[in-house]
Design a protein around this ligand. Structure first.
Ligand code: HEM
Ligand SMILES: *[C@@H]1O[C@H](CO)[C@@H](O)[C@H](O)[C@H]1NC(C)=O
Ligand SMILES: *[C@@H]1O[C@H](CO)[C@@H](O)[C@H](O)[C@H]1NC(C)=O
Ligand SMILES: *[C@@H]1O[C@H](CO)[C@@H](O)[C@H](O)[C@H]1NC(C)=O
Length: 322
């Protein structure tokens, strides 16, 4: 009897492991190996020339992937344009007048449609373009899991609720990531993406005028002169998220946090006397540690609720449902 019990327990456990494996195991780095072998070269060369013209585009593409994955999973939903009868995610608070890089995605998509029509999803294009951006800007590389399909819907409301705002506290951030199955450790590693790119005055004004956990001369001499105190004046003026090396993917974001030079309130929350201080310290002294954890967190983020099998579709144009 006891023996029978333990055999059925083993069978149950094996079955559960199988389910676990097949839920995220549907994505595969070799997914387009025979259906579209050109995909890697097309994305890489297009992203290279985009970044050669405007280094910030690497940052913008990486951020698009984050904003895609956090809203109903990595399904290309952020790429859909609004129409008179369809509201997408582009005007959600974290996206409006802020997300960019859509023309690069269009360029990749049209080249890919010529080479292998109807095969490669827009969601996968974002995943590969993000990795390539990081590599081109001198960050780490990794194998991107592929096989996501594109959504036929979008959610303005989920974009507003699920993407964390820059006013977030450490516990606000931790809970938004936990809701996506990501740990506080993943959250800190992924935040290292702010080693590249820019933010608008409207998103760091309160931090540079009202917060006390910011190095005084950095706030007063570097930032206040470019970002006026009055709400509504100069809202779109830009400052680099990493004041030291804004177009290189390195660990200066974390070095800045240790010296209280985070640009956003939410950035400095990661090093403000709380539970994530030690991780920030460790990344600030080891880019190898940062790169390793960033890669595994990017792969985890890329696994959020993919559409596979007969769910979703392969869009012909990333901006429109077929
Ligand atoms: C931890 C929570 C996060 C918050 C609160 C946050 C917030 C922000 C804000 C407010 C901006 C500036 C937007 C603007 O002013 O127009 C920004 C930019 C950016 N974010 Fe985040 N972010 C977070 C996490 C991430 C993650 C996980 C990634 C990618 C893995 C990412 C990648 C970027 C990049 C690359 C930029 C610069 C984009 C550009 O220059 O076009 N962020 N973020
Ligand atoms: C988005 O930005 C535009 C242009 O600045 C503005 O007119 C519009 O009200 C904003 N939309 C939302 C939903 O905030
Ligand atoms: C952070 O969490 C607190 C407590 O749950 C909540 O009142 C506040 O609105 C949240 N702030 C943000 C920016 O999400
Ligand atoms: C700073 O805090 C004060 C008092 O809470 C508030 O009135 C003001 O709008 C805040 N922001 C700036 C940029 O001063």
């Amino acid at each position: 009897m006891a023996e029978h019990d333990s055999i059925s327990k083993v069978i149950t456990i094996l079955f559960l492991l199988f389910l676990l494996e097949s839920s995220s195991g549907q994505l595969d780095p070799n997914y387009y190996y025979s259906s579209c072998p050109q995909i890697s070269d097309i994305v890489k060369t297009t992203v290279e020339s985009a970044i050669a013209n405007d280094a910030r585009l690497g940052a913008s593409l990486l951020r698009l992937f984050f904003h895609d994955c956090f809203v109903n999973g990595c399904d290309g939903s952020i790429l859909l344009d609004d129409t008179p009868t369809f509201t997408g995610e582009k005007t959600a608070k974290p996206n409006n007048n802020s997300v960019r890089g859509f023309e690069v995605v269009d360029q990749i998509k049209s080249a890919v449609e010529k080479a292998c029509p109807g095969v490669v999803s827009c969601a996968d294009i974002l995943a590969i373009a993000s990795r390539d951006s990081v590599v081109i800007l001198k960050g780490p590389t990794w194998d991107v899991k592929l096989g996501r399909r594109d959504s036929k819907t979008a959610s303005l409301q989920n974009a507003n609720n699920d993407i964390p705002p820059p006013t977030s506290s450490l516990s606000n951030l931790t809970s938004k990531y936990a809701a996506k199955g990501l740990s506080a450790k993943d959250m800190v590693a992924l935040s290292g993406a702010h080693t590249i790119g820019q933010a608008r005055c409207t998103n760091f004004r309160d931090h540079i005028y009202n917060d006390t956990n910011i190095e005084a001369s950095f706030a007063r001499s570097s930032l206040q002169p470019i970002c006026p105190k009055l709400t509504g004046s100069g809202d779109n003026i830009l400052a680099p998220l990493d004041t030291h090396t804004p177009t290189t993917f390195d660990n200066y974001y974390f070095k800045n946090l240790v010296s209280k030079r985070g640009l956003l309130h939410s950035d400095q929350e990661l090093f403000n006397g709380g539970s994530t201080d030690s991780q920030v310290k460790s990344y600030s002294s080891s880019s190898t540690a940062f790169f390793a954890d960033f890669v595994s967190a990017m792969i985890k983020m890329g696994d959020i609720s993919p559409l596979t099998g007969s769910n979703g579709e392969i869009r012909k144009n990333c901006r429109k449902i077929n």
